[in-house]
Write a protein that binds this ligand. Sequence first.
Ligand SMILES: Cc1ncc(COP(=O)(O)O)c(C=O)c1O
Length: 310
Amino acid sequence: MSDRPEMFEGTDRIWMDGEFVDFEDAQTHVLTHALHYGTGVFEGVRCYDTEQGPAIFRWEEHLDRLYKSAKPYDLDIEFSKAELTEATTELIETEGFESCYIRPIVYYGFDSLGVSPKSCPTKTTIAAWPWGAYLGEEALEEGVDVMVSSWRKHASSQIPTNIKTTGLYVNSMLAGEEARRNGYTEAIVLNKEGNVAEGPGENIFMVRDGEIYTPGLAESILEGITRNTAITLAEEMGYTVHEEATISRGELYTADELFFTGTAAEVTPIRSVDDNEIGEGTKGPVTDELQTAFFDVIESGDREEWFHYV
Ligand SMILES: Cc1ncc(COP(=O)(O)O)c(C=O)c1O
């Protein structure tokens, strides 16, 4: 296992089309349709080591989104939600993970390389591996420096942006790498209209005058599950949340607070945009309160409707 990237150390098996195979054998053909045309749909899910034991956070919602993502592409997932759940929990148990990241992917495999995938088989795979804080532990405390990308997000009239398709992530890659080349941790991507959409792998929230704003689904954003979690927690804490907001680029610079949400990024404060300090240039009070509430839920695992206990 020594020639594997560090994040995959300790991962022995991957579930592929109904069976568990060794990591090294989890291969697919180079003429796979999805490799050429980006015709796959996927999920990113976290299993947390809660006080109730390992538990998958918002598993039902992630599964629902996977099936919704498959729909516009006529990808017929050959396994039921119950079968995918069983495969995932067995994978986590047999790998002995207390916490991990889970990556289900469904894609068109190899048959022909015409753009039409109609004769291609549907392949389904689930992998899991231990994965820490996506933007770094420090980012959760100190916040991240971000730049507004020169790349615009696909319009939702060009490709469905509310769901999770592999092909969409070339845009995320371009934006994220542009940011890192320029010394920033992450990007913010504007939509076709020039309004704020999201990060390459995160939704974005803004705090202004004690109220919370986040772009609506028509702004070319992924319908994030952590976004939903943050909205729910914030409303329970008594905040007014404008969840269908249109946010201009200028409003980013004058915001009291900004933060990202995502399965990978969890709740990450943004401390500057294009070198403009946001608020005091540290984690703001509303972000702090919400992040604390989020990690309280994750650590306790006692909000039953949000957990699938392994
Ligand atoms: C483009 C994009 N936006 C937002 C998110 C956040 O979504 P979620 O909270 O469901 O992980 C992700 C991550 O999956 C993403 O890739």
